[in-house]
Write a protein that binds this ligand. Structure first.
Ligand code: EPU
Length: 350
């Protein structure tokens, strides 16, 4: 496998932050990776796995060997009267994969249209949008142990999915006891798309689309088109304005904390969760603190959705990871001072 030196990462992260990888290897197959792991110079603890670069903030050059996952391929493994089992290589662009499944007549992923990134990254943060999370359609995945080179497979329970969370985000001795951060490279992911297909339409933005169009029994393709419209209207296209999607997770509070906030800010957007806790819209909290559309250095808060931080530089003078984190900390401080809530960043900061 070819290891490239001093590779510019600006085009390999959707924020468009200029940083370099001292060494980068493109992983196209399990065998290529295993050959690399068997090399005497291999150090599993000095490796950084890069997918579509859509959920990272680079705060400097990467000294670790960057493994750029480029495993390709998509196929139907099985069709029964209960559903379709579909598999994709980890390097496949997520949105292209979603569009392909629909074109084949296998609906189920349409609510997750237009999410940037790769198939391999999708289980890491359990991507979710408009009422569907990856874990609702996930069947299993294949990965390679970066210490031993051994292949292994995980089912949904073994992935430990949570809200924008999985076993791949936790260190080995982390709070969850068992973590695979930095330990595994996902090579293939399998999805179970159940029959009969049922649209997921409970989200306010989708209800609005149904009311506007008068279409109350939309096809999967129709839902896909609506989701694309909704996202394009409020989320910046990373090809035009660098960003990493939602920058903070939506925080969870107790009903007492929520009542306290409602007492002071009756308009706070909140959703009761099945476990009795209350989820607050981080975008609303940030917006309420007056951050929408603000710029600090070359980093800014997107004017149509305060939860998204954007690159306000240009190709020659892009924002730095430091500027993004300075802005993020200023936002965290003002949300904490006004609401007593600590916002947790969603992307991985490296
Ligand atoms: N809001 C504001 N001001 C803002 C932004 C939002 O008042 O500047 C309010 C909205 O009016 C709405 C509420 O906050 O009432 C929630 O906003 P929205 O529906 O846009 O969803 P979100 O909670 O901000 C989450 C996900 C998105 C996903 C959407 C749709 C997280 C961290 N983000 O955003 O995921 O697309 O729901 O399901 O959970 C991502 O993770 O990168 C991402 C884009």
């Amino acid at each position: 496998m070819l290891v490239e030196n001093h590779v510019a990462l600006q085009r390999l992260n959707t924020f468009g932050i200029a940083a370099r990888a001292h060494r980068l290897a493109r992983v196209r197959s399990e065998a290529e990776l295993q050959a690399l792991i068997r090399h005497p110079d291999w150090r599993a603890d000095e490796v950084f796995v890069l997918g579509g670069g859509s959920n990272i903030v680079l705060t400097g050059d990467l000294r670790a060997l960057v493994l750029k996952v480029e495993v390709a391929g998509r196929r139907l493994l099985q069709e029964t009267d209960k559903g379709w089992l579909v598999e994709a290589g980890a390097g496949e662009p997520w949105h292209g994969f979603v569009a392909w499944t629909l074109a084949q007549g296998w609906p189920g992923l349409e609510n997750l249209a237009l999410i940037p990134g790769t198939v391999g990254a999708s289980p890491v943060q359990n991507i979710g949008a408009y009422g569907v999370e990856l874990q609702d359609r996930f069947h299993g995945l294949d990965a390679i142990d970066l210490e031993t080179g051994e292949p292994f497979s995980l089912n949904a329970a073994q992935c430990g999915f949570g809200y924008r969370d999985s076993v791949f985000k936790h260190a080995r001795a982390g709070a969850h006891g068992f973590g695979l951060a930095g330990r595994a490279l996902i090579t293939r992911v399998r999805f179970w798309l159940p029959k009969p297909w049922q649209p997921v339409l409970g989200y306010l933005d989708l209800e609005r689309k149904m009311a506007e169009t008068g279409s109350h029994a939309p096809s999967a393709q129709q839902v896909f088109d609506w989701i694309c419209d909704i996202r394009r209207a409020k989320l910046p296209d990373p090809a035009v304005i660098g960003n990493a999607g939602s920058f903070f997770k939506n925080p969870t509070v107790t009903p007492e904390q929520c009542a306290d906030i409602i007492g002071r800010d009756p308009k706070v957007v909140h959703y009761p969760m099945p476990d009795g806790s209350i989820k607050l819209a981080a975008g609303w909290l940030i917006d309420a603190c007056g951050w929408k559309g603000k710029t600090v250095g070359h980093a800014g808060v997107y004017e149509k959705q305060a939860l998204v931080l954007v690159n306000r530089g240009d190709a020659e003078h892009p924002c730095t990871g430091g500027e993004v984190m300075t802005l993020a900390k200023a936002i965290q401080t003002s949300v904490y001072e006004r609401f007593g809530i600590r916002l947790e960043p969603e992307p991985v900061v490296v």
